[in-house]
Design a protein around this ligand. Sequence first.
Ligand code: ADP
Length: 292
Amino acid sequence: MRIVLLGAPGSGKGTQAQRLVERAGIPQISTGDLLRAAVARGSELGRQAREAMEGGRLVDDALVLGMIRERLGEPDTRRGFILDGFPRNLAQAHALERLLEALGQPLDAVVQLEVDYRELVRRISGRRTCADCGRVFNMLTSPPAAGELCPKTAAPHRLTQRPDDNEATVAERLRVYDEKTRPLIDFYRARGLLRVIDAEGQVDEVTRRLARALGAPLPAPRRTRGASTAKAAASKRASAGAARARSGGTARRKRSSLRSRGKPAAKTARVARGKSRRPGSAGRGRLKGKRR
Ligand code: ADP
């Protein structure tokens, strides 16, 4: 499975990619993570990327493409990969297409994660990352469980906030997304690769929508497989989700149905369906930008 996760900052690409890694056993390739690692190492690439990242702008295409070319040449990508945060503009999308063609490994799907502007801002402000294992939490919606330990250190997670998760930089990142990355929706729709999912709601629920959009039931993560209580809880959550889907559900669902313009049950794989959902009124001015 070779897929791209497409979505605004805070739409949950990283979180969902981590879940796909656990379930599908293919690597996540996050250009943001690779760039942050380069900055932390103090490498030449990191030095060149740092200023753009701190300002919420895109890092130079040549740097990012060099990094991607190198990463896709590693053997663990032969069985597939999840690209998270790349491509981010049309030039990168064209370059990726050429690179994958040369490797004989075309993309299977591009999944766009749709989230309302206000929710994006809320998620980003609550986001914290464990400095040791890299797991992403949200202090408002998905904090570490009581007593949860970092798998790397066996101590409590060391939660840190990304330097570009401050208000001014977030506004710029969302603007850049709208201007540079949003056109990729049409690019991939034209190639028949686009799937769109509603990425609001519980993380588990979004993972199920993602699995459905990919047309592949994802097995439970390896570490919980076989644990009967976890299985029972998962199946309870799944049937509760199905019941909600049948009944047309909660207030949040109704809101998103309105935004989906009369397609209340279309939670997954709204493949190549007209326009994507526009941001909520609070952010419309900023995120909507010009029509392209
Ligand atoms: P988010 O999606 O939350 O903005 P990322 O971790 O994907 O966060 O990216 C953080 C920053 O790294 C971006 O704001 C940008 O400066 C840089 N970056 C990441 N991926 C790319 C890319 N494909 N092209 C250019 N810059 C990138």
